[in-house]
Every structure is written in C-alpha cells, then in structure tokens.
Write a protein that binds this ligand. Sequence first.
Ligand code: C2O
Ligand code: CU
Ligand code: CU
Length: 490
Amino acid sequence: MISRRKFIQAGLVLAALPKQIAWASSKVFRNTFRAPKLELGKRVGKDVYFNLSIQSGKSAILPNKITPTLGINQGFLGVTLRANKGDKVHISVKNTIDETTTLHWHGMKLPAKADGGPHQPIEPNKTWQTQFDIIQDAATLWYHSHQLHKTAEQVYQGLAGMFIIDDEKSKALKLPFEYGVDDLPVIIQDKDFSYNGRFRYLSGMMGGMMGKKGSTVLVNGVINPVLKAKKSLLRLRLLNGSNARTYHLSFSDNRVFTIIGSDGGLLEYSIKVNTVRLAPAERVEILVDVSDGGHPILQHTAVQESSGMGGMGMMGSMMGSDRQDMDIFQIDASGTPKSTSSIPKTLIKHSNPQQSVVSKQRKMVLQMQMGPRMMFGGDAFSINGKTMDINRIDEVVKAGSTEIWHLENTSMMAHPFHIHNVQFKIINKSSGTVTGHELGFKDVVLVNSRERVSVIMKFPEFRDTKTPYMYHCHILEHEDRGMMGQFVVV
Ligand code: C2O
Ligand code: CU
Ligand code: CU
C-alpha cells in the first residue's frame, strides 16, 4: 500500500494538473465528519446574546501540516449560530485579527445598520455590537465577512459559518432535528494548498476573472470526511461556501433524496430528485434515507456551466480545475438504527409575494468586459454598466413594497446573483421552467450566460435613508472587483 506521506506528495503534485483527483478520489483518508460547534447564545426569555470573536487559528487540515486559518469562536470557520423566529438576537463581534473585516448575516431580513456589510467595518481590536429581531421563518442562513474588496480572501481563509433559524411550524413537521446527529450542517468549500500547508489563493491573472476554484474539497473544514450515520434518515443542510465553484451534486449510487428547503427555508412540498445544483452562497436542505445500510458518497460532477461561446470553456480548462469531478463526503450507514422521523409530503404553506401589487420593476444587467482590464480587475465587472462605488446609492426601494427584478446576464459565464434583506421567488427563467429548490424562497440565484431570470420579492418594513444594502454577484472575486450595487429602503 502506498504510504500516507507519499500519497500526500502525490496529491500536491497532482494539484497542479488539470483533471486531478488527488484528494477527492482518495478512499485512504477516512477523516471523521465534524459539525461545527453549536452556539445557542445566552438566553433571557426571547433575548439571545451571542459573543463572537473573529480570530486566527492554526488548523490541522492536511496530515502533518499546519494551515493558518481564520474563524469565529474557533480556529477555522465559524461556530453554528442557532435561534428562533421571534427572538431578539444581540451579537457582539470582537475583531482580534490584524485586518479590518465585517460579519454579514446572509439571508436575514434585518435593519440595514445590522446587516454587517461593507458599511459596518470592524477594525482590529474593535467590537461591533448589533441586534435585530428574527422575523422570518425557519431557514438555513449563513454569515461571512463582507469587507469591501477583501471578502473573497477573508471568506477563503475561513470567515464563514452557518446561522440556523427554527420556528414552531417547522418543528411540528418532526423532521430530523438533532444537531450533529441527524441534523447536519454541510459547508462545502474548495481550496488549494501550498507545499507548506498554507492555503494557496489566486494564482495567475485568470484567477480573478473566473473566481478562485480549488482542487481540494473541504466539508466543514475537513478533507473527505466520512459520516458514521447514527440515524437512518439524515437532514443535510448543504451550504455552498465556496468562492466561485458551482456544484452538481448526486450520490455515487445515484440514490434518490428529498429536497425540503431552499435558501429562505422549507418548501411547500418535498421534492424527490437524484441531483441538485448548488451555486456559491446557495443552501439546500435535503433528507437522505440510509436505512439500506449503504456507503454513498456525495459527489460533484463537473458540467460545462456556460453554453455561450467556446472562449470561456477554453479558459475554464486552462484554469485546470473546472472540469474536475470531486467527492464531497461519504456516509457510512452500516448498522445504523432505524430513524423515527419520516419524510413529509407537504411542508410549509407560505404567503407568496403577489404580482398584482408589484409597484416597481427593475433591470439588473450583469456584465463582464473582455480585454486587458478583465485580467487585472479594474472596472471589468459591472451591473447596469456601473462598478461598485460605496459612495453611490444605485437604487431606492420603498419599504413594504413588492418589486420584480429582471436579472440579465450578458457575459460569457454564469453569475450567482444575491440580494440582501429579502427572500425572493423566481417567477421566470428564459432557459426553461423553475424546478427543485428554485421553487422555494431564495436570496441568491444562478443566472447563466445569456440567461434572463425574473424574481419577485416583498421588502421588509425597515427604513434607513442613509445605510444601504447590497446586491451582487456571489462569486466573491467578482463582488470584490465591482459586480455589486447598493440600495436603500425608505
Ligand atoms: Cu453572502 Cu452580500 O453576501
Ligand atoms: Cu447577503
Ligand atoms: Cu459573477
């Protein structure tokens, strides 16, 4: 058998080659699946107090190597925050690292001042105090750095975690609910490593343009973990926490699983599928039945994302990792006791935003400009012809109003478009019908090359004429390079 050490070396050498499958295909690494620590805060009735510290860490991700990382209340990635609809959360965020950063509550409906975007920077050694009421339904949200021009790098180093909201209606469904046992966060991220164990960030000029894609997948910060199932019905809260990669996920034995939730919470009906697409920042909740005692591997199958023009495809393969299939993690269900949970057909009845009360429609054109500027950043990335300017308000929205936004991608690659402070429904896609988790409430939607996607949303009743929210591409390198705009709600 090949020695562990040799295998590592082989893995690192292969990392430079296209189509490499070094870590991903390795059945050698049987790392234990780890859920991030659960943080419920200090509860006084409906007031919940979270004490967070942004910190640096030294993490054992590769065997015999130490990787410098960033995390929240731990060395790498954030602890999982969990609270209920109806709670008032009070969050204190202390920045103990030596650069300015922020923590943004992705998917949360909340006052602009509490959003944690580029307008709420936390300088080194400073503490940011914020609070907001949780007014939305149960959902798998997340939180991450949103520092202007620095988001991609800071998230890549580890400044991201999960934020779970519970409510009575979802609890009544008796879905798997035991954190770390049958209710499992699955934060999927792709990284590259240097020989010394450090994360390798952008290499070459193309990196910024395509976004950073790594050839090694981590799940909750662990390479190729195996989850020893303790129940036969598992609820996986999949979060694509990657900078740029879109995953096409299925199980190695092609088993059917059930989609129950999207970005904004539980669907109206559960949906049986055998594959799901997950773009950066998207979440999907699935139920997987492993009562057959099998050992399925969750896998990513590379597909060409953008059909328009061969150019991007060529550059994609020059980047090496774009066409690479990857193993995400394995479930070991041998000897697993039968679960008492079942898969409900109907889930949560929602009140959807109504087209009859739409007061405004907006168009968002996602653009990339080819040429030398593209390679070096500059203003090659834009929305409606404008590059992000923190001193410019792009859109003014009326609180409580319902709007339709038409997202149009005129560029040659797909962009996952995200809007702060709302959960929207997709009402139309020029490429075809809306299916799967895209039927549910969303806060990010992948808009393919040459595609037009229309979304409808009702804005919450938070008003602030001065502090904007963001909308942007969630390929973090695109966001950092200007594919972002600002809106206020008045
Ligand atoms: Cu997940 Cu504006 O961010
Ligand atoms: Cu967000
Ligand atoms: Cu983009």
